[in-house]
Ligand binder design. Structure first.
Ligand code: SF4
Length: 328
């Protein structure tokens, strides 16, 4: 498969606000290292998932790739063009081809805008269609995402819809421009569990129809299992394991991935395989990252080496990368 996105040594550090006393006492700046030197590619036509707990840097990575925020350093190539250097006109074209779907559909919709107007808005902004033509396209899209009769939904407001229906609107709005690439950040995490599968099926339907590529961001490995071709697992700003979904989900090598999998309900709980329990909570934010392997305070297999030396992400078998001293 041809690569569509290439990320090279990407970093995003956010400055930490100092208290008045800290300003008096020290000039040293502290940083939240949300994304701390990650590299990966996304191949055209695949669903590439980034998974991990809150604070691992997955959402920041998605926002960097959408160019909603600027990186501290590193490069992001889309179709071999460095998007961190795009000028206004090129960025406009990029924004037409790359669309987001966010976690909270209510927050991403204007509460004062009718559903139909919200869906046709991107067509008007990008000069693709206007007036009656844009309205017809929006009605068609409402029917495509299962909000029927479309004429009824067109005139409703976000407050009139359920969470699942609002996410369908968000998907319709993302798809109306016929994009190439979707960054879907926890698109089903705020949706009732009984509706998650139908929203995922809708996203897969558009993937087939439009030949889409997805970056899918989730904290739920059970969801990743349902949808992914390849998975990258992040921990405190770094990728710790990356490879084909089946390999990562059935026989992971990194202790953190194995611990995450322990939390996923399985049909046969007796068959625990190589899963291990996880210790403690993930730090709220990656400010004081542990030295050596950043997973060492929670890792039941940590050794002296793990406290001193940071493991590199290396290819341990074809297309499967792991950052752990036990594996390298
Ligand atoms: Fe655990 Fe050490 Fe591997 Fe880190 S490098 S995951 S601490 S065994």
């Amino acid at each position: 498969m041809v690569e569509l996105v290439r990320v090279e040594n990407l970093k995003k550090y956010f400055p930490l606000e100092k208290t008045f006393i800290e300003k008096l006492l020290t000039r040293e700046r502290k940083w939240v290292k949300a994304v701390d030197g990650i590299s990966f590619t996304i191949r055209r036509g695949e669903i590439f998932t980034i998974a991990g707990e809150t604070g691992c840097g997955k959402t920041t990575t998605g926002r960097l790739i959408l160019r909603l925020i600027e990186p501290t350093s590193g490069k992001i190539f889309y179709n071999d063009v460095d998007i961190t250097a795009l000028k206004k006109a090129e960025l406009r074209d990029f924004r037409r081809r790359v669309q987001p779907i966010f976690q909270d559909p209510y927050a991403s919709l204007n509460p004062r805008m009718k559903i139909g107007d919200a869906i046709k808005h991107p067509l008007e902004i990008h000069g693709v269609a206007s007036g009656r033509e844009a309205r017809e396209e929006a009605l068609k899209m409402l029917a495509e995402v299962g909000l029927t009769p479309p004429e009824k939904f067109y005139n409703l407001f976000p407050k009139d819809l359920s969470g699942g229906q609002r996410q369908r609107v968000a998907i319709a709005r993302a798809m109306i421009l016929k994009p190439e690439f979707i960054v879907a950040d926890e698109p089903v995490s705020m949706i009732d569990v009984s509706l998650k599968a139908s929203i995922l099926r809708l996203m897969l339907k558009f993937k087939e129809e439009l030949g889409l590529t997805y970056l899918f961001i989730t904290h739920e490995l059970a969801i990743a299992k349902y949808i992914s071709d390849r998975i990258a697992v992040m921990y405190l700003g770094k990728i710790v394991e990356m490879g084909p979904a089946r390999r990562i989900l059935t026989d992971p090598l990194h202790p953190y991935t194995r611990a995450l999998l322990s939390a996923v309900p399985v049909p046969n709980p007796e068959k625990k395989g190589r899963k291990i329990p996880i210790k403690g909570e993930v730090p709220v934010s990656p400010i004081n990252v542990p030295s050596g392997c950043r997973f060492n305070p929670r890792c039941p297999l940590a050794s002296e080496k793990c406290l001193k030396e940071e493991p590199l992400l290396i290819e341990v078998e074809k297309d499967h990368f792991v950052a752990c001293h036990l594996v390298s």
